[in-house]
Design a protein around this ligand. Structure first.
Ligand SMILES: CC(C)(COP(=O)(O)OP(=O)(O)OC[C@H]1O[C@@H](n2cnc3c(N)ncnc32)[C@H](O)[C@@H]1OP(=O)(O)O)[C@@H](O)C(=O)NCCC(=O)NCCS
Length: 210
């Protein structure tokens, strides 16, 4: 339903910056929501699950069961449309975006060499988020278990999640759920004009077959 889709897009943006709103580092919510959710809602909705409270979406897990397919859809179908939309929104003339693009250039090795590798596998990945007031109630745990069940049923051997090391709560969460850090890459984020240096961690969980 279109209201569910809008609610999911809103929640993804509300928690995108380590649990805080995307506007902390990206000014256009509509384009951010496209980037964060469009593959999952439009191309693989059967791998997205939500947690509801009083019919309101308070948690989500966006899953993908084939990283190669994800890479191809995002690169060839979604990114071109998003670039056109960003141009129409006048995004490239905004100073914050120029800073973000400079940051992306500094991360070129992470984006074009290291991360590119993961888009050649036919394994799965996920993004999970819980609204602030509902954290610590096992909702994230249950959503990951639900997606892992689906992955096991499809014969997927691994689910991955990418987190940066400043997001300590997400790191603690994935470790508690049996994910282990497989790869670790340096990355730069530009926030308020200042460079922040992190590591991007690729957490992987092995899924046992049914
Ligand atoms: C990370 C996140 C998804 C966890 O969801 P949650 O529903 O609050 O977590 P759960 O209640 O299911 O916790 C499961 C286990 O993870 C661990 N855990 C959860 N939050 C933690 C935290 N802040 N620090 C350390 N460990 C944590 C605990 O071991 C917990 O089990 P316990 O409560 O029995 O001790 C949630 O905090 C969130 O939405 N964060 C913002 C978005 C984000 O960073 N997403 C991850 C990137 S994809």
């Amino acid at each position: 339903m279109s209201e569910d889709r809008a609610a999911l897009r809103k929640l993804c943006c509300d928690v995108a910056d380590r649990g805080a709103p995307i506007e902390n580092f990206f000014p256009d919510r509509e384009i951010a929501a496209d980037l964060l959710t469009k593959y999952y809602t439009d191309y693989e909705p059967q791998s997205t699950f939500v947690a509801l409270c009083d019919e309101r979406i308070v948690g989500y897990i966006n899953g993908c069961m084939d990283n190669r397919r994800y890479g191809l859809v995002v690169f060839w179908l979604l990114l071109p449309a998003m670039l056109i939309k960003a141009f129409k929104h006048g995004l490239f003339f905004r100073p914050e975006i120029r800073q973000l693009l400079c940051g992306a250039l500094k991360n070129w090795r992470r984006i074009f060499v290291w991360r590119k590798k993961s888009f050649h596998s036919h394994q799965g990945h996920l993004h999970v988020g819980i609204a602030g007031d509902y954290r610590g109630q096992q909702l994230g745990h249950n959503l990951v278990n639900t997606l892992a069940e689906r992955a096991a049923g499809l014969g997927i051997a691994e689910l991955a999640a990418s987190v940066h090391d400043a997001n300590k709560s997400a790191g603690g969460f994935f470790e508690a759920l049996g994910f282990v850090v497989r790869e670790r890459y340096p990355m730069v984020l530009i926030r308020d004009g200042k460079e922040e240096h992190y590591h991007s961690l690729l957490y992987v969980k092995t899924i046992s077959a049914h």
